[in-house]
Design a protein around this ligand. Sequence first.
Ligand SMILES: Cc1cc2nc3c(=O)[nH]c(=O)nc-3n(C[C@H](O)[C@H](O)[C@H](O)COP(=O)(O)OP(=O)(O)OC[C@H]3O[C@@H](n4cnc5c(N)ncnc54)[C@H](O)[C@@H]3O)c2cc1C
Length: 419
Amino acid sequence: MADSYVLGWILCSVMALVALCGVVLRRQKWKGISMRTEPMKTVLTRNGECGSADASHADIIIVGAGVAGSALAHTLGKDGRRVQVIERDLSEPDRIVGELLQPGGYLKLIELGLEDCVEEIDAQQVFGYALFKDGKHTQLSYPLEKFHSDVSGRSFHNGRFIQRMREKSASLPNVHLEQGTVTSLLEEKGIIRGVQYKTKDGPELTAFASLTIVCDGCFSNLRRSLCNPKVDIPSSFVGLVLENCHLPYSNHGHVILADPSPILFYPISSTETRCLVDVPGQKVPSIANGEMANYLKTIVAPQVPPEIYDSFVAAVDKGNIRTMPNRSMPAAPHPTPGALLMGDAFNMRHPLTGGGMTVALSDIVVLRDLLRPLQDLNDAPMLCKYLESFYTLRKPVASTINTLAGALYKQDLSPCCLV
Ligand SMILES: Cc1cc2nc3c(=O)[nH]c(=O)nc-3n(C[C@H](O)[C@H](O)[C@H](O)COP(=O)(O)OP(=O)(O)OC[C@H]3O[C@@H](n4cnc5c(N)ncnc54)[C@H](O)[C@@H]3O)c2cc1C
């Protein structure tokens, strides 16, 4: 059990650090770029009409309206930027990722004025973790005593959360959200000037902006134009939804330190519990030929707590088993004039600790504070130089979460190393 306590201690430290670190980041000033003295008027005109964003003359293009893109669109739109967001699929995502927002991430949502996006989606409050190993268990609470009672983790259906943020950003008159797939970045003499994108049945379109922010997620096709990605896939998560299952510790994430790899459970609504089973390596048992169901029933089920066993087996029998590769990729800044990478397109870590959304939201706060004083984003080389400090300013939060996610995942695979 000693290793469980050490793991628990580290987990709680992560949450505490994320909660407390970098809540306030100072604004940067730089002489080379003109500073904004007054907030820009948020109303744009198109054909003389108020209230519609002129998509062809945006200040900023955002590629992808997932967690990072939709939060960023609202943030920059609220600051008066004309934002064009191009998202491949505007229907509600149905995924097994990004379902538990840590308390530090919730604090970032508050800083961004987006905390209402976890309301009305049957989100559940999360107050800490329960750890299980070899039939023993213990409970660890987030150190949130000093915060308002509303501050806690939140777990939910990822798609519901994203739709709330998309709706909120699209409600701003200067944010133009449209469905389309970005196929390439437009480059002119080493400067990114915008994007080319395709709509469902229409022709290929072109959009220009002073700054293009690529938030196209973990499978990013565009990041290769902006960095030299080194993606590692140490394992995959196998996802199931357990119905009407009563977790031993309500409103807590459950981590089972199983063999060969951890199993997670947490509520994603008032009636559903997400189960993620880590399967090491790059191959997972086949779902189609029944190997996966067999693996889950014979190797995994005997290790889940008895209170969860029946719901777990019922979920396997129901058959809605999904998998997702767990990627990690260090942030490798390659500053490119006119463009920036954010979210999973820029930096990924093992999702065992559920830190990805917190990093993305924290980065958005850093970027917002950097961009806020700038009136004019047109001088791409100067802006690029100015934004180099983004990579330094994001480190206290991002590196902490990334390092601990990697360390915890590796440690857990050889629990004897933990003590
Ligand atoms: C199995 C798993 C579980 C996870 N669980 C958690 C968790 O519990 N908590 C947590 O904080 N993090 C978790 N994460 C990480 C988290 O999901 C990500 O960090 C987060 O979703 C990153 O947001 P994003 O906006 O960068 O990417 P996404 O949210 O994936 O958004 C990318 C968007 O870009 C769009 N897009 C892609 N290509 C294009 C294109 N060419 N043109 C236009 N649009 C495009 C996509 O449709 C999508 O909407 C998990 C990750 C995995 C793999």
